[in-house]
Design a protein around this ligand. Structure first.
Ligand code: SF4
Length: 95
C-alpha cells in the first residue's frame, strides 16, 4: 500500500514498501500528456485539471513505474532507489 506525502503544493512523494522505487512528481511541470497513466495506471492518474497524481493502493510493478517515468516528455516524474537512495531517473548529470 502506497503512502503519499505532499512537501509543497506542487510535489507529491509516494512510497510503497513492496516496491523498489520512491516516486516524486512535480505537478507544476506536468502537461497532462497522460503517457504515465497509460503505462502504469495503478500508480499514476490525472486529476480534474489533467495534472498527474500518485494513486493510493497497490501500484504497478517496478518496471512499469520506471517505464512510465521514462515516457514523460517533461521529466515530471523522478524515480529513486529506496535501498540506495540514488536517483535512477532522470539520470543525474555527471560533472
Ligand atoms: S507523462 Fe508527464 S506530462 Fe504526462 S501526465 Fe504524466 S507526468 Fe504529466
Amino acid at each position: 500500500m502506497a503512502s503519499i506525502t505532499k512537501p509543497d503544493p506542487h510535489t507529491q512523494i509516494g512510497e510503497d514498501k513492496k516496491r523498489k522505487y520512491r516516486i516524486t512528481i512535480k505537478r507544476d511541470l506536468c502537461i497532462g500528456a497522460a503517457s504515465c497513466s497509460a503505462i502504469a495506471p495503478k500508480t499514476f492518474g490525472l486529476d480534474d485539471k489533467n495534472i498527474v497524481l500518485i494513486k493510493e493502493g497497490e501500484w504497478d510493478k517496478d518496471d512499469l513505474i520506471l517505464a512510465a517515468a521514462q515516457s514523460c516528455p517533461v521529466f515530471a516524474i523522478i524515480i529513486e532507489d529506496m535501498e540506495t537512495g540514488k536517483q535512477v531517473f532522470p539520470e543525474p548529470t555527471k560533472n
